[in-house]
Design a protein around this ligand. Structure first.
Ligand SMILES: *Cc1c(COP(=O)(O)O)cnc(C)c1O
Length: 437
């Protein structure tokens, strides 16, 4: 893309942005009375205006109906999960019956592993990425232990090659093939939280299936960030949270996906609860678990209406825009920010007072893959020794970004509410930072 570095150009891009009105539907935190430059939608998305109204509605239903709220109102609580199923399915590229919103993310990861990690003496390995989000590391470690395996033997991590920051797909596929029929489950994130690398889900799934293993994904940083096609890719299971790109509020509920080839088998092993029981006879309260077909059969508890009401506001917005349009803007937005940051690194730095040639040392080393197909809306910037100072400087100037030890600043230009001027202003601040500041 042929970008220009001027503010006027960023303004033009914003004017041409079809998604511009969506920015107005979010609350931005303030810094000195002005909107902050919010670049942490990958960690906690902003609050959509509609959330408060949706919560008030359910509070009113509770106040007015008490327990009868399960059957009254336009969205009776009894069936609440169904009101989120269509949008969730479209979000991740699934059939409606293959998804359900329930529980929280790490809980679902364990529930799904209960179904999709049933190791035997011969086939007991889990293959995952090195440097996964800690909850996923702990989940896989304790899953292996729970089944009586030593995690050092059972959990195989695929790491970047020496001197590289991200994984090569060929290395992931080769590791799966190499461990062959000792692999029970391949469990990767969709987008790595640290580097922002988007993994090749279809290829990983295919490689897992080729050795007779299940393939599952934690889509915490992928859902609402990139178009997904879980059904067509033949993914066995997946889960995600709703509070990162999906803007549904702190601790919001999780979505889970079970491919219909498993979900429609009532005998597929699982940990069950009453809300996963066949709804037509659920209230006969009989002994003997009879699941609902599809992902709904993995529900445990009755729906958390308040948090799901907030989630629905956001899901409706994603449904209205569609992941294709969001992705289109996201590609441009992230590429623009990348362009501006890379420009700072070389001969475009502010002229030095002593007429020294400009430095060519990379101050802002982006470790996120350069190939747009291998990333979403995040850039992870490896900084130098001055990294923490730089981060503090950004914070003082009204930027909310994210600091990861030892020295990475993560920024996520989120297409739903960030604009090109945000990117310009961030890069402008970066360019003005002086090491001795
Ligand atoms: C954010 C994130 C989580 C958080 O899990 P919760 O159970 O919602 O606290 C888990 N896994 C990954 C990959 C994440 O990015």
């Amino acid at each position: 893309m042929n970008f220009q570095p001027t503010f006027a150009y960023a303004q033009d891009l914003d004017k041409a942005d079809m998604l511009r009105p969506y920015r107005q539907r979010f609350f931005f935190p303030k810094h000195n009375g002005k909107n902050v430059l919010y670049f942490t939608g990958n960690s906690l998305g902003l609050q959509p205006h509609g959330v408060e109204k949706a919560l008030r509605k359910e509070l009113k239903n509770w106040r007015d109906y008490g327990v009868e709220g399960h059957f009254k109102g336009d969205m009776p609580w009894m069936h609440y999960h169904k009101f989120l199923q269509g949008q969730s399915a479209r979000l991740v590229g699934a059939l409606e019956s293959e998804v359900v919103v329930a529980n929280t993310l790490t809980t679902n990861l364990h529930l799904l592993m209960a179904s999709f990690y049933r190791p035997t003496k011969q086939r007991f390995k889990i293959i995952m990425e090195a440097g996964a989000f800690p909850s996923d590391m702990y989940a896989m470690e304790t899953q292996a232990r729970w089944h009586g395996f030593d995690p050092d033997q059972a959990v195989i991590e695929v790491a970047p090659r020496p001197g590289e920051e991200t994984l090569r797909t060929e290395d992931i596929l080769a590791t799966i093939a190499q461990h062959g029929d000792t692999v029970a489950t391949v469990m990767f994130s969709g987008v790595n939280y640290y580097t922002g690398q988007f993994f090749d889900l279809p290829k990983i799934t295919e490689a897992a299936h080729a050795v007779g293993a299940f393939a599952g994904f934690d889509l915490a940083h992928a859902a609402g960030n990139l178009p997904l096609h879980l059904h067509d890719w033949g993914v066995d299971f997946a889960c995600w949270c709703s509070y990162k790109y999906l803007n549904s509020g702190p601790g919001g509920p999780s979505g889970l996906f079970v491919h219909e080839k498993h979900g429609n088998d009532p005998n597929f092993p699982r940990f069950a609860g009453w809300w996963g029981y066949d709804e037509s006879t659920r209230f006969l309260m009989r002994k003997g678990f009879k699941p609902m077909l599809g992902a709904a059969g993995w529900q445990l508890s009755n729906a958390q209406i308040l948090s799901m009401a907030a989630h629905k506001v956001s899901l409706d917005m994603f449904d209205e825009v569609g992941m294709e349009l969001l992705r289109e803007k996201s590609l441009r937005l992230t590429a623009y920010l990348e362009y501006l940051i890379e420009r700072l690194n070389t001969n475009h730095r502010p002229p030095t007072t002593d007429n020294q040639p400009p430095t060519t040392v990379n101050r802002f080393n982006i470790i996120t893959p350069k190939n747009p197909e291998e990333r979403g809306a995040q850039l992870s910037i490896l900084t130098g020794a001055e990294g923490k100072k730089l981060f503090d400087y950004l914070t003082e100037h009204g930027v909310i970004a994210d600091w990861r030890e030892p020295n990475v600043i993560r920024v996520a230009p989120v297409p739903m509410y960030n604009n090109f001027k945000d990117c310009w202003r961030l890069a402008d601040l970066l360019g003005r930072f002086k090491t001795d500041e």
